[in-house]
Design a binder for this molecule. Structure first.
Ligand SMILES: [Zn+2]
Length: 239
């Protein structure tokens, strides 16, 4: 799926899977250095939160440049970044979770969210759109794109997950989100995110999703397939 256009530079890449430093003072990972060269975006203008599969979203600006990449980070337990700053590269890591790219080109506001299972049933999407609205974005104008993530054919879950989701979704919505196949229960993350996004006022025709699956496809790291400590990177920046 092409994510880059005349408004944003955006993508999803595996690299060698190492996008995380062990210590706050460690040098940037080689993958980040390579991506910076390839895209021509300095790491001093690249930002990465410390993710926690939670629902917190932060508004960031140039003053956050380099955080989580070159230097330590105030963005802890944060799974979404929103900015109105041109030239600031937002980034998040994911390996089966869903990268959500949001944009209001008229307002000049973008958001990048890391959506895991709990966040899909939680407040991540609501919080992300609320942060964008604070900067002048309007939900009816937002475009939403889902990057490569684990597909419903690969994502078998236990019955407790459906119960957990039943607290956030009604019976009809649960029908859209879960599939039963050969006695197994399968979760469609994209469907859950669409339901949440529609509730926030994003038009269905402004939503699209990558066909690629991180788990059964090749070329990306997948937690479910057994990759441990290896991640893909989603990135997004306004030109
Ligand atoms: Zn799959």
């Amino acid at each position: 799926m092409q994510l880059t256009d005349d408004f944003v530079l955006a993508g999803f890449t595996a690299g060698s899977g190492i996008w995380t430093r062990n210590e706050p003072d460690d040098p940037p990972s080689r993958d980040y250095v390579q991506l910076s060269r390839t895209l021509g975006v300095p790491l001093t203008m690249t930002v990465r939160p410390y993710q926690a599969n939670a629902s917190r979203v932060a508004i960031v600006g140039a003053e956050h440049g380099g955080m989580g990449v070159l230097r330590d980070n105030v963005l802890t337990k944060t799974d979404g970044l929103v900015t109105a700053e041109r030239g600031l590269m937002l980034s998040i890591i994911a390996a089966d979770c869903v990268p959500i790219y949001l944009a209001d080109r008229e307002a000049g506001v973008i958001g990048l969210l890391h959506c895991g299972r709990q966040a899909a049933a939680g407040e991540l999407i609501h919080n992300g759109i609320a942060c964008m609205a604070e900067l002048g974005a309007v939900p009816a104008r937002l475009s939403l794109a889902l990057g490569p993530h684990i597909c419903p054919d690969c994502y078998e879950v236990g019955a407790e997950v459906r119960e957990e989701f039943a607290q956030s979704f009604d019976a009809q919505e649960l029908e859209r989100i879960f599939r039963v196949r050969n006695g197994g229960l399968y979760l469609d993350m994209a469907a859950a995110i669409r339901v949440k996004a529609e509730r926030e006022g994003i038009a269905p025709e402004n939503m699209r999703s990558a066909a690629e699956c991180t788990c059964h496809g090749s070329g990306y790291y997948s937690y479910r397939r057994g990759d441990r400590g290896l991640q893909n990177l989603a990135y997004m920046m306004m030109h």
